[in-house]
Design a binder for this molecule. Sequence first.
Ligand code: SF4
Length: 522
Amino acid sequence: MDRSNQLPIDRYSRRFSWPVSVGGVSIGGDSPVKVQSMTSTSTMDTDGSVAQIERIVNAGGDIVRLTAQGVREAANLAQIKAELKFHGVDVPLVADIHFNPKAAFEAALHVDKVRINPGNFVDPGRTFKRLEYTDEEYAAEQQRIARTLVPFLELCRENQTAVRVGVNHGSLSDRIMSRYGDTPAGMVESAMEYLRIALDNNFKDIVISIKASNTVVMVETVRLLVKAMDAEKMHFPLHLGVTEAGDGDDGRIKSAVGIGSLLADGIGDTIRVSLSEEPECEIPVAQSLLKHVTEAGFLPDYLRELVDQRTNIDEAIIAVTADGVSIDESYFVAQSNDINQIGSIVAVIAEARANNERRPIIARLVYNGCSVDDVKLFAASDAGRLLLNNLVDGIWIESDLLSCSQLRQLELDVLQAARCRFSKTEFISCPSCGRTLFDLQSTVKEVKASLSHLKGLKIAVMGCIVNGPGEMADADYGYVGAAAGKVSLYRGKECVVKNIERTEALGQMIELLKRDGKWQDA
Ligand code: SF4
């Protein structure tokens, strides 16, 4: 059964993609965009996982992913699937695999899709050392990938199991890093190597994702991937997400900026809003965002010519009203009073540019008549697409439901999420999964309560040491689960305090920041 959201797609011109069936649910092609989430339970906890999956499905989730760190967890997916069937829950399951091809082979027998990470499926774990490869050595490494990947794809073909090739910023292999660095081009090549091998073997049941916690990197990389695929006549469907987006307003706003901008391009066949909260909380956010972008319409191609034509008042982008700037005739204001206003605002900006408007352009976005949560989500999505396309110099958000101070905070939060201007600590936190080694939600709250005044710093809270250090990408400091009840602290990619009790970790993080001269009193 296709549990699609049945959203209209007629006003929304999507990139052409090959349809992929995942347990009977179609991703790509003409199908509506699907919404997914991921469990945070242990995959060995069958009852807990089944209960959480039911909550995700009841919230409207179309597809559910579970981590399978080893063969034991991968095998238990069969039990979880059987229990769900017994409870009458029919939802496609996806296994999430890192560093363990054997677990991928086992999972392919039981679930509808297996996610593999090209950064660690065959390539060994990162050493973060600079390795040198001759062309021959590099080609030999690619052949080594094919020797594991091709039999895996054959097994998936036999079992009608789809595959997700999921690249994450910060988890590229040393081999890819040696040629491309930790760059959008490296992330794209990491995916393209796998896609070429799959097509050479006539395997097309693949969905791709390229994620980052930095919205600018995420959007730039996905656009680059689409160009690279188009150049090689590949049309695999795309899964979108901002990784480690965090919780609360920050997580929602960051996701809306990144995912919303790409959806507005017509890119994206399935999405996940990753929040450091209960997984079922992600679904209504994703649905609301999807509905808004779909109804607001996409960004026409000709407007991309306007990119980089921002006039720039100062070095920084401004949130006009947050700065107390009064808008007079020295600004050009593009505005509309309709919630689905973004199309008309973009048209006004296009006309102004065509008329050689040189005044700073401010987008005035008005959201009356929708809930407070929707104002934040819609404004982030609309302003995000204007900011990430460099179309405006400032944003001005209005709503009858938010106070002046709430609106000003929203403007600043959107600018930070679009990486235009930083006004508070940037928190990066994973959504948690079956690998998480502490109570992530309460830890994120504790860390935020103590460190949120450190403007300009990027601080990560990651649930496990397997993926955490890599995927916190460009964080300045990291608080990472090292073992049950134990935490390690990182300065950039360097582990500086190892395996301390979780109860001591926040205090030691503050000491570390003081030693590094990064601490300020609140
Ligand atoms: S970093 Fe978080 S979400 Fe990612 S694998 Fe580790 S615990 Fe799971």
